[in-house]
Each structure stands twice: as C-alpha cells, then as structure tokens.
Design a protein around this ligand. Structure first.
Ligand SMILES: C[S@@+](CC[C@H](N)C(=O)[O-])C[C@H]1O[C@@H](n2cnc3c(N)ncnc32)[C@H](O)[C@@H]1O
Length: 218
C-alpha cells in the first residue's frame, strides 16, 4: 500500500467541505487503502455513508482505478445511536421536519454531486445485516464505519468480511484500544480480525486501521 497516495487538491477540498466525522489524516490513509484495493477490480464497500465525506475519497480512488471499479456505500440514513437528538453527535439540521427523523440521504447526494463523483457510486439504503443477507459478490475493500455498538459492529464484520477477496483490505474506523478514548466495539472486531489469522495489519493512523486479507477465515 502506498501510504503517500493523495487525491487531487479539488477532491481534498470537497472532502474537507463535507459534513462528517473523518479527520484529514485518517481520510488520507483511507484513500491510500482504497487506491490499493481498487487494483483488484472489485467493488469497494463503505458501511456508514452519513453525508458522504469519506465516500468522496473512495469514489475518487474508484475513478482513478485502471479498470471499472464501483463504490457501494451503505446506510439507513437515520443516524447512529450517538447521532440521535440529545446525544453528543446530533446535528439538528439533518432532521427531516416532515418525518421527524434524521435523514442524511439528501445531504449525501448533494456532497457527491458537488464533488462530481456520482458516476462511481451506488448508494445502498437500508440496514447493514439485511443488505449483507442478499449480497453474493466479492469485494476488494470493506470499510466499517457504521453503528458503533457491539451488535452492529459484529453484524457488519460477520455479514461483509466473508465477501472480502484475498489481497483485499479491511478498514476499521474508531478503533480505540483504551476505553477512555472511545467505545470498544470497533476495537473488538479489529482484534478479532487479527486473531483470526486471516489478516495482517498494513497501517494504523490514529483510530483508523487497515488490514490485508492474507487467507480465508473470519
Ligand atoms: C459514523 S457515521 C459514518 C461517517 C462517515 N463514514 C464519514 O466519514 O463521514 C455512521 C453511519 O452509520 C449509519 N448506520 C448505523 N448503523 C447502521 C446499520 N445497522 N445499517 C446501516 N447504516 C447504519 C448511521 O446512519 C450513520 O450515518
């Protein structure tokens, strides 16, 4: 993986302008992973679209791939637990006033349109386990950034990682080995991947981890 791979300045500007939770240094590591994984010519999957901030980086990696590579980005667009009203990461501007629930889908669509990257992305709208239950293809990259409870992180791992091709990359966000820094569910699936013997760690940037599938297993 070429950790120095960087998007063009206009892509970085679009990423920085988008609403979302991915800091720049972690974003650049995600981008480098996506450029590497795109060489397999398989779809790149993101679990947790939110408003499309990280999707921009995956989409640019797909655009710059030699073959035809598609980004799949999955979200029910109703927000995670910590994004609901009264919680730390709630943004009231993302509530649909008619329905009274969060709806990040229109914001995601504007983000991708503004970045000129709609062509490379297929949005899957629904719950991760349901989408995984009907998915049959192989994937070049699985980026886990959806629900951060144990139930959600485990379902993302067990639902999607079996589809990750050998040589493909598993990227996990918000891995905090010290509970004082954040929730432990992403850390637990990161540890599980390493202990499975099916992955080798490729790089770590703050809370982002990139692992390469080196063999079969979960
Ligand atoms: C942390 S945000 C994603 C941030 C985004 N990757 C970024 O960098 O800006 C998590 C997202 O996962 C979605 N989500 C949570 N649990 C989910 C589930 N079980 N299925 C689908 N989406 C889910 C939420 O709606 C939320 O938009």
């Amino acid at each position: 993986m070429d950790v120095a791979a960087r998007p063009a300045p206009e892509v970085v500007a679009a990423f920085e302008a988008a609403k979302g939770f991915m800091p720049a240094d972690e974003g650049m590591a995600l981008y480098a992973a996506a450029r590497d994984a795109a060489r397999l010519g398989l779809p790149l999957l993101e679990i947790g679209t939110y408003c499309g901030r990280s999707t921009i980086l995956l989409a640019d990696a797909a655009r710059r791939a030699d073959g035809d590579v598609t980004v799949l980005t999955l979200d029910h667009h109703r927000g995670s637990e910590e994004q609901q009203p009264g919680w730390e990461y709630h943004d009231p501007s993302l509530v649909d006033p008619e329905v009274g629930l969060m709806d990040t889908l229109p914001f995601f669509r504007r983000t991708l349109h503004a970045a000129g990257l709609e062509e490379y992305v297929v949005a899957l709208v629904g719950r991760s386990p349901r989408a995984a239950s009907v998915w049959g293809g192989r994937l070049g990259l699985v980026f886990v950034d959806g629900g951060h409870t144990d139930e959600h992180a485990r379902a993302d791992y067990e639902g999607w990682v079996p589809h990750l091709a050998e040589g493909g990359l598993l990227v996990i966000h918000d891995v905090f080995p010290d509970p004082a820094d954040g929730g432990q569910a992403p850390h637990r699936i990161h540890r599980r991947a390493l202990e499975s013997g099916a992955f080798a760690e490729e790089c770590a940037v703050r809370s982002l981890r990139v692992l390469r599938r080196t063999g079969p297993g979960l």
